[in-house]
Design a protein around this ligand. Sequence first.
Ligand code: PMP
Length: 344
Amino acid sequence: MSEPMHRGAEALGALPTSLDPMALSLNENPFPPLPSVRSALSASIEAANRYPEYLPERLRSLIAGHTGLRDEQVVVGAGATGVIMQVLHAVTDPGDRIVMATPTFDGYPIFAQMARLESVAVALDAHGHHDLDAMASAATGARVVVVCRPHNPTGTIEHAAELERFLRCLSPETVVLLDEAYAEFLAPEYRMDAVGLVARHPNVVVLRTFSKAYGLAGLRIGYGFCAPQLAGRLWSMQLPFGVAITALVGVAASFDAEAELSQRIRMITSERRHLRMRLRSMGVYSTESNANFVYVPDCGRGWGKVFETNGVRVRQYADGGVRITVGDRRSTRAVVAAVAKAMR
Ligand code: PMP
């Protein structure tokens, strides 16, 4: 009897802690779930002996109603990651081409490989923006094109009008993944009417997640939406019993707590401004980020080593740049202290 309990306790010890000011490499939310969300989740665990819905129809309907969509426009997956794989499985064949920026969210080259696609990577410009003209040229004959807004790792955004112009250049046969994993962090003036966009462009799939602003990365819930015809093809790839029983209540409780979550988003974006300002005051450039992270290009400084030696876990890139997730004030202090030491 005591042996399994012991092992269970050991496994619990292996869980990451919700509060870790040095964990700045995965763009997680620094806040643990809100009390109301936590108690809804605990209640759902009581029914863990039961399967969730065969297909996540109630969750889809909840998300559709909240976002201003029709149910049949929405698909749900294990994070945006699950939705991306669902799209790739539904619309591509091995050997098809996928165009993406570089650097981009690390997942995309991996997903492309899993779906046996040929990746074409188009370099970002010097300020971390997509080169939309080069991407449009590369997209000729491609099956899928990925644009992240805000972009990961730079946090930059393309103007809505530029994006529309880009979309008009593409063949309707090319499916566009418009990845809005960080959209909730955008200032109101930079938000885009994604619902209107998918009405105008039947080849665009917008991706969203509960992992970032909603702070539920460990529950793995994401969704995509698009025109009903394409959504029908994607829904046909919906994994039976594929979304955990915690997802429906976790999302419902989060939508009920929207005001408190917005408050947390404001705290993160104001901490981001503070971090960028502190970096700037030390002469360190970071890209114009609109998400919950900042990107610091290398500029010959070897930032990766700087943070590593100070125990601050950030994401390092091949070009020597680093992406730093915005945490709480303790995180910012640790980042600033590491940079200050290196500048001495
Ligand atoms: N898209 C982007 C741009 C991301 O940065 C991430 C996670 N880092 C994802 C998608 C996937 O997120 P998840 O699967 O947790 O929803």
